[in-house]
Structure formats: C-alpha cells, structure tokens
Write a protein that binds this ligand. Structure first.
Ligand code: HEC
Ligand code: HEC
Length: 457
C-alpha cells in the first residue's frame, strides 16, 4: 500500500510535469496564434493588401529603357545618368543624405561633389514598386500628380505631352533631364569632351526645347534609332518625342525594381510562418497603438499626403525660400504646407538609408524616435552624423525652429512614446519589408550603353 502510494505519487508528479510541459507548449502556440489572430484582425480592419505591380512590360521598351537609364547621354555634360542616383547596386538610391548631381564624380559614399557645385536639396528616394497602380504622386513634394479626376499635374503645366505618357512613372521621367543640378548643367558648362553643353544653354521653362534637344542627341546614335524602332514599330523616327523615352524608362523601372516577395508580403498572402515573431509584434504596434498606419497606410504604406514632422533643415534649400526647403508649399504656394513632405512608402526601407526627405537620420531607431517626439529631436539634433559637406548646411536656431513649428502637423501626435522593446519590434517589422531579391541587383547593370559613355562610374 505504501509502495503503491509512492508510485502513485511519482505518477502524479510525472503526470504533473507532463501536463505542465504541454501547457507551456500549448500556451506558446496560443501566443503565436494570438499574434496572428490580432494581426489578421488589424489587416482586415485596415484593408491592407500585399504589393502588386504589373510587371508585364514590353520587352523591347524595357531594353530601350535600360539603355537610357544607364546612359549619361541624357545629361547636359555627359557626366551623369539616372543610375548614378538610383543605382541597382545601391538599392535603387545613392546611399547619400543628399544627392550629388552634375559635375560630381564616383558612386555611392565615394561620390564627390564637383567644384563650386551645390548639393541636390533632397535625398534620392528608392524607386521600388513604383509601377503599382495605386501611385498618384511622385517626388517628396508631390509636384508630379495624377488627380482623382485623371487630370495630370506637373511643373511643365500644359507643356507636358500628357497624351503620350503612359503612366505616372513616365511623367516623372520627363523632369530629371530638365533639372540643372540633377542632369542638365549650368549655362557656360563644358561637356566631358570639352564642347559647350548645349542643353544647359536653354531657358529653364523651355521644357519642349529641352526634350527636343535631348531626343536629338539620342537619335543621332544609330543603335538608339534601332532600339526605338523595336519599341515603337508603329512610329516613324521623326514622330518620336522624349515622352517615348520616358515611357521606356518607366517600363524598365517597373519591370526591374518591382519585388513582391518580402516576408511581410508573403505573410499578407497567407504564409503565417514567413514572419518572425518580433516582426509580428512590430506589425501589431505599426497597425495598432503606435499609430504608424494612420499615414503609412494601404498596400503602398503611404497615404501620399504631406506632413511637417519638423525634420531638421539640412541642404542648400531653394533660392526662392531663403535657402529653406519648404517642401509641399513650393508646389501649392500655400503657407500651411510649408515644410510638409510626402509620407514615404516603406518597402525595403531597412536597406535604403539615410532616411527622411534629406537623409538627416542614419538609423531607423532615430527615425522612430523622431516620430515620437519631433520637437525634442529637432532641438537635440546632432549634425556630426552628417558628411562634412552636408553638415555645413545644417541650420538650427530659435527663428528656424519657430518658423518650422508654425506649420507642424499635429497628426504625428498619434505616435506615443515607445520603449526600447517596442522600438526593436517596430524595427523587426520594418526589416520584414525587405525583399530578399533586392540583395543583388547587379545583373541590371549593362556592360556598355549605345553612346559609349562609361557606365561604371
Ligand atoms: C542627381 C541625382 C539624380 C538623378 C541623376 C536622377 N534622380 Fe531621380 N531623384 C533624385 C532625387 C533627389 C529625387 C527626389 C527629388 C524630390 O523629391 O524633389 C528623385 C526622385 C525620383 C523619382 C520619384 C520617386 C517618388 O516616389 O517620389 C523617380 C521615379 C526617379 N527619381 C527616377 C529617375 C529617373 C528615371 C532619372 C533619369 C531620367 C533620375 N531619377 C535621375 C535624384 C536623382
Ligand atoms: C502623421 C503621419 C505619419 C505617422 C503617424 C508616421 N509617419 Fe513615418 N513618416 C511620415 C512622413 C511625412 C515622413 C517623411 C518626413 C520627412 O522626411 O520630412 C515619414 C518617414 C518615415 C520613415 C523614413 C522613410 C524614408 O524612406 O526615409 C520611416 C522608417 C517611418 N516614417 C516609419 C514610421 C513608423 C514606424 C511610424 C509609427 C511609429 C510612423 N512612421 C508614423 C509620416 C508619418
């Protein structure tokens, strides 16, 4: 009897151990599935879907667009291409806080500013997934836009050949070639072979003349005539407009920089195991109590609206606003829009720093902290994190803070103070937006381009 009791007790203990073990296992599984239940509820409530971009582009247009994207012949002095600032090896950006345009040399961190040349006022955005149909705006200030009624808005107003442009990415591609600092150059510049830069000689608002001359240069190269013929067999060479080049640039960008395989997109398509637990917790914060999705909403993770988050003033700004970059107000001419910038999309954001419209932050942690306490972060901003040429342009004094604060967007107050664990979880979520396919995009870089200008620098 005694012995029996003993074995019974042992049995009870063993059974108890088993029970408690399985209770632990069950509750871990329950936690995981509770995360999924909670997250699924948030995804449904906010109508979040995975990214989808139509990659079905004409092969011939993509081939033409690829050549143009890497060819410095589009620039006034033959020294800069789209790829210089949106390089496949630099995650479709340039790794710099502020871009270096005409007259610069090199790529990425090593790119050097040309003598007596200004920095570009803004950070070169990544260009992933811009072919998605939800896009209505381009640029940090949304100066290129397709309005709700289909009306096309751009700095070229009625001069934009809107009927020839296939989509908003093509609309955007009309403008880098017209920008003096990005690609065109200054009056009096000489090109790489010592000849006068003929694009720079044209007046700033003479868009049609600029586009015509760019096309004139391109079509003086027989290989381009052949590429255009293949892409646009229905058009005679003299019917070609720079808009057709822009459509090809758009086809290349859409085809080549669209990736739908981030862990988050896989999760949204039903693969629950694609997302690590910390990222799920981060997603619950992002779509829940941290308030992020009130602006970074929908499939693109942006509402495409404009907010002034008191991001530190760095960069040369613009002459017509006393050296400030007043963002959206340059487009609308309304004081209320001063210092407001478009909510950026977030796919691949973990690999596309420096962050913000002017690359003022070097870590996602600082970016998140800035969202939680913008004024404090502005006042405490440490410019020593910037490259020396950028650091020189940092402006902070009482009057700057005052003028910026006047149009502060109170919508950002939804973001609460976040502790370090919550911040880590949000970062884990942001990291889950990185598509593994973006790791090596060097296959997009051609060996040569039709103009024969160098591609590797
Ligand atoms: C000198 C660097 C530079 C060059 C060269 C350049 N870009 Fe950009 N790109 C930028 C910067 C900076 C911005 C943001 C400017 C702004 O918002 O005011 C930008 C914005 C864009 C955007 C908008 C993305 C968005 O969602 O707002 C696209 C697309 C783009 N560039 C494609 C191109 C193409 C195509 C070319 C060549 C025809 C080109 N870029 C040439 C630096 C450059
Ligand atoms: C009120 C709207 C709003 C809310 C809420 C918001 N953001 Fe932002 N976010 C923006 C805007 C606008 C910018 C760009 C500001 C600028 O550069 O001037 C930005 C920039 C960012 C960037 C930098 C992206 C890049 O490419 O440079 C990240 C990352 C980011 N937000 C994440 C978050 C997270 C995480 C949350 C929640 C904790 C959040 N945001 C909440 C509007 C918002």
């Amino acid at each position: 009897m005694e012995r029996n009791t003993f074995t019974t007790v042992i049995g009870w203990i063993a059974a108890g151990l088993l029970v408690s073990k399985s209770v632990i296992a069950d509750s871990a599984a329950a936690d995981a599935s509770n995360l999924d239940i909670e997250l699924t509820r948030l995804i449904k409530a906010q109508n979040i879907s995975s990214i989808y971009s139509d990659k079905g582009q004409s092969t011939e247009k993509v081939a033409l667009g690829r050549a143009l994207f890497f060819d410095k012949v589009l620039s006034g002095s033959g020294d800069i291409a789209c790829a210089t600032c949106h390089h496949p090896n630099l995650h479709s950006g340039d790794d710099l806080s502020l871009s270096i345009g005409v007259g610069g040399d090199g790529l990425g961190y090593e790119r050097k500013l040309g003598k007596a040349r200004p920095l570009i006022p803004r950070n070169a955005p990544e260009i992933f997934n811009r072919g998605a149909s939800q896009w209505r705006t381009m640029f940090w200030d949304g100066r290129v836009e397709i309005a709700a009624d289909g009306h096309r808005i751009s700095p070229a107003d009625e001069k934009l050949p809107a009927d020839k442009l296939e989509n908003i990415v093509a609309m955007q591609a009309m403008f880098p070639v017209t920008s003096r600092h990005e690609m065109r150059g200054r009056k009096g510049d000489l090109d790489v072979s010592g000849q006068p830069n003929t694009l720079a000689a044209i007046g700033d608002t003479d868009f049609e003349e600029i586009w015509e001359r760019v096309m004139g240069r391109v079509l003086a190269i027989p290989e381009y005539v052949a590429l255009f013929k293949q892409a646009y067999p229905e058009l005679a060479t003299d019917e070609l407009h720079y808009a057709h080049a822009a459509n090809a640039l758009a086809a290349f960008q859409t085809k080549s920089f669209t990736f739908e395989d981030s862990p988050w997109d896989r999760y949204l398509r039903g693969e629950q195991a694609a997302l690590p637990e910390a990222a799920k917790q981060g997603a619950i914060l992002f779509y829940g109590s941290a308030g992020c999705s009130s602006c970074h909403s929908g499939a693109l993770m942006t509402d495409q609206k404009f907010y002034n988050l008191l991001v530190p003033q760095i960069g040369p700004g613009h002459r017509d606003s006393s050296g400030f970059d007043i963002g959206r107000a340059r487009v609308t001419d309304q004081k209320k829009d001063a210092f407001a910038f478009r909510t950026p999309p977030l796919r691949n954001v973990a690999i596309t720093g420096p962050w913000m419209h002017n690359g003022s932050y070097m870590s996602l942690e600082a970016v998140i902290e800035h969202h939680a306490k913008p004024l404090e972060m502005l006042q405490a901003y440490d410019a020593s994190q910037l490259d020396p040429s950028v650091k020189k342009t940092f402006r902070l004094n009482t009057s700057t803070i005052l003028v910026m604060s006047q149009t502060f967007s109170p919508e950002i107050n939804v973001v609460p103070e976040l502790n370090s664990q919550e911040t880590e979880q949000l970062i884990a979520f942001l990291e889950s937006l990185t598509s593994p396919s973006t790791q090596d995009l060097s296959y997009l870089v051609p060996q040569t381009v039709p103009s024969g200008l160098p591609v590797d620098r």
